[in-house]
Design a protein around this ligand. Sequence first.
Ligand SMILES: NC(=O)C1=CN([C@@H]2O[C@H](COP(=O)(O)OP(=O)(O)OC[C@H]3O[C@@H](n4cnc5c(N)ncnc54)[C@H](OP(=O)(O)O)[C@@H]3O)[C@@H](O)[C@H]2O)[C@@H](O)CC1
Ligand SMILES: [K+]
Length: 494
Amino acid sequence: MLQALSNVLVTPAEMTAVDKDAARSGIDSFSLMRSAGTAVSAAALRLYPEALRFVVLCGPGNNGGDGYIAAAALADTGASVAVFALGDAAMLKGDAARARDAFALVPRPLDAYGPQSGDVVIDALFGAGLARDVPDEARTVIEQVNASGVPVLAVDLPSGIDGRTGEIRGLSFVAAHTVTFMAAKPGHLLMPGRARCGTLEIFDIGIPARLVADRAGDLHVNTPAMWEQHLGALDPATHKYKRGHLAVLCGGPVSTGAARLSAAAGLRAGAGLVTLASPAEALAVNAAHLTAVMLKEINNAAGLAAWLKDRRLNAFVLGPGFGVGKKARDFVLMLCGRALVLDADGISSFREGREQLFDRIAAEGGEVVMTPHEGEFARLFPDIAEDAALSKIEKAQAAARLSHAVIVYKGPDTVVAAPSGRAAVNVNAPPWLATAGSGDVLAGIIGAHLAQGMPAFQAAASAVWRHGEAGVVAGRTATAESLVESIAPLRGNA
Ligand SMILES: NC(=O)C1=CN([C@@H]2O[C@H](COP(=O)(O)OP(=O)(O)OC[C@H]3O[C@@H](n4cnc5c(N)ncnc54)[C@H](OP(=O)(O)O)[C@@H]3O)[C@@H](O)[C@H]2O)[C@@H](O)CC1
Ligand SMILES: [K+]
């Protein structure tokens, strides 16, 4: 795979445009199909040397064309190969017809296939061109193959997965391995598509990286390459005030644990100072639990206003355990000009009156990051959440544009999006990261990165990645507390 494209995500529509650009620049499209199909055959031989038979299921477009090339290449090695076609293979056009002719045998109809032990299925029914739900003629085969346990190697995408959204169009194969070309597509990383791709291989079929980069939007896999140029901000060799002073706003006495978790995570993630701002009635319980985190009594908006005169307070977390209501709204509106992580109750408090929040963020120009999970997202952005045509990435982008904030749309496939449209999909989080208090820890890490001067998008993306790494280190029995202990330095810093 080309290093330059290693973390770029390309939508199927963009990939189609790249194809056209490649043809216009004189690249022979059939040579691309030959590279693609040959890469699939190589993967099949590498991964399944013990296969008794390779069964290639070919569709009516170029995905099927890749399948015929793979079948011919496998047959050339002496492997046992059978091809089954959806529809009339005689009707194939262009490169796909040429590819079909490269395979010596006449394909059999798709419904003649029944999985047998020792088979390896190469799924070349539909790829980037899947335009609607999987047709009835393909249903039975997909169901039988999935139920049989026969391994599936998918060409470009498991058939039935929408490359733009990761949604299942009716039903789909569950692949053990997917070979895609030039760059990953959103559907490989967004759920549920990601869970159906198996391992993902990105093969360079020879389209110049420049042509792909020219068409690609500002959409990436969340890797350190996205934000490592900002890691200097996390250098621990600076004075502790320069490492930032993070303030976490705490709610009433019965729900203080969440804010303390955020504060502990913020300290662990490298904020120089962390203060928990607590109402009087929760001071005693907080004092009993805190050591390195400082405590400050803040009871109301007047108290907060006075405290905010201290400009060394340079990042805030509001939401975990704070309570939904007017006090949260008042506090948040006072913090929109600063670096702010708005989480949990802080988000839910604006179920009504969100325009006031969005207008304030736009007017004050603070570095605001919102971290909704699916339920909170639907509360704050019901119109966007209900739009079934949008992918999770597109929803996060729309919410960021509307709110003027960086949106961290949480889940197993967390998306970080900026108002500019820049977005990153996170892939390093283990499933057990969805533990109680995990979101509070994430909010604290983002707060720490903001406090240390990282811009909002990079602060959020790096925090999401670091949170995922902490989950891996903490292991399957992770609790929010062990997660905090597992937050590791980023490249030797913080
Ligand atoms: N640069 C690259 O990336 C390269 C990409 N390559 C490969 O090309 C693939 C994309 O090829 P593609 O555009 O022909 O689309 P593909 O997935 O074969 O499907 C289109 C066909 O399926 C049909 N159809 C669609 N949905 C349907 C449904 N629900 N039910 C029934 N029919 C349905 C559709 O019919 P239509 O919608 O027109 O009626 C049309 O006939 C890509 O995934 C990769 O494998 C390589 O060859 C090398 C270079
Ligand atoms: K496929």
